[in-house]
Design a protein around this ligand. Structure first.
Ligand SMILES: Cc1cc2nc3c(=O)[nH]c(=O)nc-3n(C[C@H](O)[C@H](O)[C@H](O)COP(=O)(O)OP(=O)(O)OC[C@H]3O[C@@H](n4cnc5c(N)ncnc54)[C@H](O)[C@@H]3O)c2cc1C
Length: 291
């Protein structure tokens, strides 16, 4: 069994880093999961964050990260594909590794991947978001990997190494030698009957037994079963608590305005609420200690 963290913070943007820092200051053990190549790094200039005028988004992220690292926290790069509420703790699948945390703060930003027709219908019936979790099911079979994330090539190589017949679909051909066929394009639908039989790429149907859709993020509702959302945003109260006990959310993922100051403030609030929740849990369980 893996270590039990006090809190898993999903996303290393302004909201996630603020949440993690404030958890640390409350004496909790957070783990931060996510890539630091966030949206903010694309902003040429941020002019409305108090105290840091005329700063580039890239520089702002560097300042935030450096503060968090000075507090003794590390950022574990990668993607969380599944979070299961287990009562008084959560099991998370991050980079194909299972982690446990007593609370979770979702800080994944705005989810931009539009669902494909057939995607949800065939989820678990040929549609997967994680090669390491489901790859063995497709040994010797035809699979399509739609590469929309940084780690997609690695996951396609992993499937090929298992003996899957992999077709990698992406906007551009990955450099280097790989054990898969490449097709330039994008998926427009998943097709099937009881389970997946093919995917549409442009005007053609590509026959396959499974499709791995590897986006950078996963929609909040797919990430946590039972999570309440509205128009793609996670529903929270003023304490940043969701409808699931122990699960909190902060930043762009909870809705507009999509601004750094709001993300940082909500990260703080979520951290304080999570810390109070943990203290109560500890008291109820008779002072259980953490890693
Ligand atoms: C070009 C541009 C200019 C902008 N200018 C300004 C400005 O001037 N002022 C201002 O206040 N705001 C500005 N913004 C908005 C600002 O960047 C966002 O409001 C802010 O970054 C939100 O922070 P966040 O932490 O909520 O989300 P994000 O910064 O989006 O960070 C979320 C992170 O979580 C990661 N993630 C998502 N899902 C998962 C998962 N399943 N597992 C692991 N990681 C995951 C994402 O990859 C991302 O790295 C600008 C944005 C852009 C794009």
């Amino acid at each position: 069994m893996s270590d039990m963290f006090d809190c898993a913070v999903i996303g290393a943007g302004p909201a996630g880093l603020s949440a993690a820092l404030n958890l640390r200051q409350r004496g909790k053990t957070p783990c931060i999961l996510g890539n630091t190549s966030t949206l903010l790094a694309k902003a040429e200039r941020v002019d409305n964050y108090l105290g840091l005028p005329e700063i580039s988004g890239q520089k702002m992220m560097e300042v935030f990260e450096s503060h968090v690292r000075q507090a003794g926290l590390n950022i574990q790069p990668g993607r969380v594909v599944n979070i299961l509420p287990m009562g008084d703790f959560f099991m998370l699948n991050a980079n194909s590794q299972i982690l446990q945390a007593r609370t979770v703060i979702l800080c994944g930003g705005v989810y931009r991947g539009a669902e494909l027709p057939g995607e949800v219908q065939f989820l678990g019936q040929g549609v997967s978001y994680c090669a390491t979790c489901d790859g063995m099911l497709y040994k010797g079979k035809k699979v399509v990997v739609w590469g929309l994330s940084e780690s997609a090539v690695e996951e396609a190589d992993f499937l090929a190494s298992l003996g899957c017949q992999v077709t990698y679909v992406a906007a551009s051909e990955p450099a280097g030698k790989h054990g898969f066929a490449f097709l330039k394009g994008r998926l427009s639908a998943v097709e099937g009957d009881m389970k997946v039989t093919g995917v549409q790429v442009g005007n053609e149907t590509l026959a396959c037994d499974g499709v791995f859709i590897l986006r950078e993020g996963v929609s909040p509702a797919q990430l946590v079963p039972g999570l309440e959302t509205q128009n793609g945003h996670i529903q929270v109260n003023r304490e940043m608590a969701t409808n699931i006990p122990g699960l909190f959310a902060a930043g762009d993922c909870t809705g507009a305005p999509y601004q750094v100051a709001k993300a940082v403030g909500e990260g703080l609030t979520a951290a304080l609420t999570a810390a109070a929740y943990l203290d109560k849990l500890n008291k109820d369980q008779g002072g259980k200690t953490n890693v």
